[in-house]
Ligand binder design. Structure first.
Ligand SMILES: Cc1cc2nc3c(=O)[nH]c(=O)nc-3n(C[C@H](O)[C@H](O)[C@H](O)COP(=O)(O)OP(=O)(O)OC[C@H]3O[C@@H](n4cnc5c(N)ncnc54)[C@H](O)[C@@H]3O)c2cc1C
Length: 389
């Protein structure tokens, strides 16, 4: 079996490692990545705040596993069995799309030209610019009230006390938190001197955010207004939603394409709908599951559907504060949270754990694990599955 995995991020890498580990040379595993480096995206707000990036070479992360690593940007996905990498054509029998997501810089006019993002290159450029802006008490506007915007604003405010930081959000801040979590969030942001604004952004211009009836000036602006999947995925003709995520069945296969699995941010599970959010915390389980499924397939065995219980999330508020929010079985936030230094410590442990899991997988220690709902397939999907079989 010839398996090609597109994307050397969390989901693609763990998928390749698990599959290679389970099949030990019986399956040809090729991992394709645009960059020779593994980007630890969940730390990019720390990078923007000035922390030195930890450089991890993908070649080292797969060394000794039998995985063939190809560095190059995929320019076309031909679902009938071919990948185009510049001048090269790469045939596949099984394909795993793990191309992740990127900040949506087209959501509002002017973002592409006038804002930084928390992507690797832009975060590095921001880290260089901010010390001078902070030294003259300049203003940074972070746009986006989701987890990325909150983590970005607090991290940058803590690293640069001279900076005037405004966090601009179109909706309620911390909507996924319980009342206790929201109260802690507001206290934490207040302690760091982050000013909160609620308004809909119309456009960005050089040095100002237009809000319809007024504008907000800035010396630097960070856009954290949501993620979309790379355009190349939509162009492949696979079924996608508005964010460009591929619609997948409970086995994480693209609808209508039994030999194409999609994992991580690039996938949207239609059954059950939207219970698996974008995130590193879901990307690693999805990649592990597909690595395991393909190994079983290579032995002629079937696998159970992907099952994931969303236990909650971790949110850092700088290096010394954080919130760990747990969810109930119905997906609603529980009242109590871990917060403060304990929250920061747990979040740090989780971040280290992700990279540790990838390193362990290479060494043959399969420690990637997640809680499951135990939910059975709906009768309709089970019937479809039986018919397909
Ligand atoms: C600042 C920040 C903080 C975050 N914090 C958290 C957090 O605390 N918890 C959490 O769960 N999630 C967090 N996330 C989200 C998390 O980073 C993503 O959900 C996760 O990276 C998705 O993993 P993935 O494997 O799907 O994609 P990625 O990690 O994005 O990997 C995609 C890979 O595909 C490659 N690629 C893309 N296009 C091409 C192409 N055309 N050809 C070849 N290769 C290509 C990329 O180079 C990359 O290697 C955070 C994100 C950011 C930006």
């Amino acid at each position: 079996m010839r398996v090609v995995i597109l994307g050397g991020g969390y989901s693609g890498l763990i998928c390749a490692l698990r599959l290679a580990r389970r099949t030990r040379g019986q399956v040809a595993v090729t991992l394709v990545s645009a960059s020779p480096w593994f980007v630890d995206r969940i730390r990019l707000h720390e990078r923007a705040a000035g922390s030195e990036p930890v450089k991890r070479e993908l070649a080292e992360m797969v060394a000794g596993t039998g995985i063939t690593l190809k560095i190059g940007r995929v320019t076309r996905i031909e679902p009938r069995g071919e990948i185009i990498l510049g001048d090269e054509r790469l045939p596949f029998e099984q394909l795993v799309v793990a191309l992740g997501s990127q900040v949506d810089v087209n959501a509002v006019p002017g973002v592409r030209e006038h804002a930084f993002t928390l992507e690797a290159a832009s975060a590095g450029a921001l880290a260089e610019r901010l010390p001078a802006i902070a030294a003259r008490n300049g203003r940074l506007v972070v746009i986006g009230g989701g987890l990325t915007g909150i983590e970005g604003a607090s991290e940058l405010a803590e690293a640069h006390p001279g900076l005037q930081v405004t966090l601009l959000s179109s909706g309620d801040l911390g909507g996924d938190l319980s009342e206790t979590g929201r109260a802690h969030l507001r206290r934490g942001l207040g302690r760091l001197g982050v000013t909160l604004e609620q308004a809909q952004v119309q456009r960005l211009q050089a040095g100002s955010v237009e809000l319809g009836d007024r504008s907000l000036s800035f010396d630097a602006c960070v856009w954290a207004g949501g993620f979309v999947v790379p355009e190349i995925v939509r162009q492949s003709g696979l079924p996608v939603n508005a964010r460009g995520q591929v619609l997948v069945d409970p086995y994480l296969r693209a609808l209508g394409h039994e030999n194409i699995h999609v994992v991580g941010d690039a996938a949207f599970v239609v059954e059950p709908p939207s219970l698996i959010p974008m995130g590193c915390k879901t990307a690693v389980p999805m990649g592990t599951y597909v690595g395991e499924s393909l190994a079983q397939l290579s032995r002629g065995q079937g696998s159970e559907p992907f099952d994931y219980l969303n236990l909650g999330f971790c949110l850092s508020l700088g290096r010394r504060d954080g919130i760990i929010q747990f969810y109930g079985k119905d997906g609603s936030p529980l009242r109590w949270v871990f917060s403060g230094r304990l929250g920061a410590w747990i979040k740090e442990a989780v971040c280290r754990g992700v990279v540790g899991t990838l390193a362990a997988e290479r060494l043959g220690l399969c420690i990637s694990a997640w809680r499951k709902t135990g939910r059975k397939l709906s009768p309709e999907v089970a019937q479809q599955r039986r018919l397909a079989a």
